[in-house]
Design a protein around this ligand. Structure first.
Ligand code: FAD
Ligand code: NAI
Length: 465
């Protein structure tokens, strides 16, 4: 007998879970209050990467003189850019709608509330509808955090959502928060022509990421002309005559920065407001996450949680994987979330990507490890692309040679990390990668050379013994 399953939220966690449930023969209804595809497809991963691609193209045109290419009269039409980006989003969200339909998943547009262990009430445009079900999957995602003094009005103060539908390129953009979004969008706006100042509370950009990689990003920000103010907090702002006066607190005291646009990106928090968790005796932890077991089951046996609401890292691919695990478990499978690692990709300039342990984490865990690095400056392919900034770093277990972590900064590393993820997932050693033939000339050769460098045997750099 198929089970009746209600999935709350159609982001990359919820819609993937719904499709897999349908593939496994379950009777599925997805409830979505705003947009199919969730944050990721509508106001997150996809629109940001589309706009970042445009910014990079524009910037690159100005760098081609060394290749003998001069681009004249290059102009940016912001309205056209936003229209193109929206078209990309529409194609993908339309695709999700089509997939759900083809898999015979019922979609109910409205806000869902859990009304009991077997009941979800949906407030739709046409009134309330009650859905009886055997299982409930919570995939309600997350929302941006607001800080005092910087309420999102999507006019003077943008959240990431406002930052992805500009009507103009700001003259001076102040970005609060030098994390994933702050750097991705900050660098994008710089490439589109804005002056950019990033205010970061901690001692450096991208806290928690591999330090050596972050150094390359910070250097690149400087080269691009982005001001990064660390250990700096924004306290509030006043708006006068078309300008915002942002009050900041730095190590050396208070100051004011004048700008015409503020983008506040200080993190996201899980979203469960009005969800009716109390009706089934569920509560979130102090950070707003729902605790789950390895099958994504909450402490209520027929209620599951996946995606951003189920904990860090708040990444689309982590949520989708959790959706697949929950779907299989609901259909009676023994699947568990047993991934050894979740890759992270950051679309800065140059790009950054990581999987597995950082050196700092190896030290904290008392692991004996060896490191090999290979610079893109020594890669023929990187040179032919005129993108030689950055490196690949492989961290191997000093006793077993197993790969513990891989960190990359440089051209196309958001793609290159896939091989490293597979390597860790399959328990590969540095020697396994070193002995694998990598096609020439390609960027993945840098991963092979970094793995060789762990043993002091990289061929295309000189390693002093
Ligand atoms: P969401 O995508 O947030 O979807 C949840 C859905 O639930 C929403 O559609 C919401 O409307 C709906 N919902 C909520 N409550 C209810 C309710 N009561 N009833 C009905 N529906 C409800 N991650 C990456 O991995 N790579 C990236 O490059 C990346 N870039 C990003 C860029 C930006 C600017 C932002 C903001 C985020 C980015 N992320 C990225 C993070 C990624 O978007 C999230 O991790 C991902 O969307 C989480 O998926 P989810 O399904 O858990 O939640
Ligand atoms: P974030 O957690 O990545 O970064 C927030 C930054 O703001 C941190 O560096 C933090 O120290 C700083 N900060 C916090 N409070 C501050 C304050 N008052 N003043 C100044 N700085 C302050 O959060 P972000 O950038 O909002 O992104 C949210 C999440 O979305 C990410 O953590 C990630 O999970 C996801 N995301 C993933 C992307 C990707 O995979 N490429 C891209 C964008 C977002």
């Amino acid at each position: 007998m198929p089970k009746k399953v209600v999935v709350l939220g159609a982001g990359p966690a919820g819609y993937v879970c719904a499709i897999r449930l349908a593939q496994l023969g379950q009777q599925v209804t997805v409830v979505e209050k705003e947009f199919l595809g969730g944050t990721c497809l509508n106001v997150g991963c996809i629109p940001s990467k589309a706009m970042i691609a445009a910014g990079s193209l524009l910037h690159r045109l100005g760098e081609m003189a060394a290749m003998g290419i001069t681009a004249k009269d290059v102009r940016l039409d912001v309205a056209k850019l936003v229209e193109w980006k929206s078209g990309v989003v529409a194609k993908l969200t339309g695709g999700v709608g089509g997939l759900l339909k083809n898999h015979k998943v019922e979609v109910v547009m409205g806000t869902g509330r859990i009304a009991g262990r077997s009941s979800v009430v949906v407030k739709t445009q046409d009134g309330e509808r009650t859905l009886a079900c055997d299982e409930i999957v919570i995939a309600t995602g997350s929302v941006p955090i607001e800080i005092p003094g910087f309420a999102f009005d999507e006019d003077r103060v943008w959240s990431s959502t406002g930052g992805l539908r500009p009507t103009r390129v700001p003259e001076h953009l102040v970005v609060i928060g030098g994390g994933y979004i702050g750097l991705e969008l900050g660098m994008m706006y710089r490439k589109l022509g804005a002056q950019v100042t990033v205010l970061e509370a901690t001692a450096g950009a991208l806290p928690g990421q591999e330090k050596d990689c972050v150094k390359v990003i910070e250097k690149s920000m400087k080269k691009l002309g982005i001001a990064l103010l660390t250990e700096t907090f924004a306290r509030g702002y006043e708006h006068k005559a078309g300008k915002s006066y942002v009050r900041i607190q730095t190590k050396s005291g208070e100051d004011t920065i004048v700008c015409d646009q503020i983008l506040s990106t200080v993190g996201r928090k899980p979203f469960s407001a009005g969800l009716g968790l109390e009706s089934i005796g569920l509560a979130t932890d102090s950070k707003g996450f729902l605790a789950v077991d390895r099958q994504m089951r909450t402490k209520v046996p027929n209620v599951w949680a996946i995606g951003d609401i189920a904990g860090q890292p708040m990444l689309a691919h982590k949520g989708s994987k959790e959706g697949l695990v929950a779907a299989a478990a609901i259909a009676g499978g023994k699947d568990e979330f047993d991934a050894r690692c979740v890759p992270a990709v950051i679309f800065t300039a140059p790009e950054m990507a990581s999987v597995g342990l950082t050196e700092a984490q190896c030290k904290e865990q008392g692991l004996q490890y060896k490191v090999g690095t290979f610079p893109f400056a020594a890669s023929g392919r990187a040179m032919s692309l005129m993108e030689t900034e950055g490196f690949v770093k492989v961290i191997g277990d000093a006793r077993t040679d197993e790969i513990l972590g891989v960190h990359m900064v440089g051209p196309e590393v958001t793609e290159l990390i896939a091989e490293a993820t597979l390597a860790i997932e399959m328990g590969a050693t540095c020697e396994d990668i070193a002995r694998t033939i990598h096609a020439h000339p390609t960027l993945p050769e840098a991963f092979m050379e970094a793995a060789e460098a762990v043993h002091g045997m990289a061929v295309h750099i000189y390693q002093r013994k």
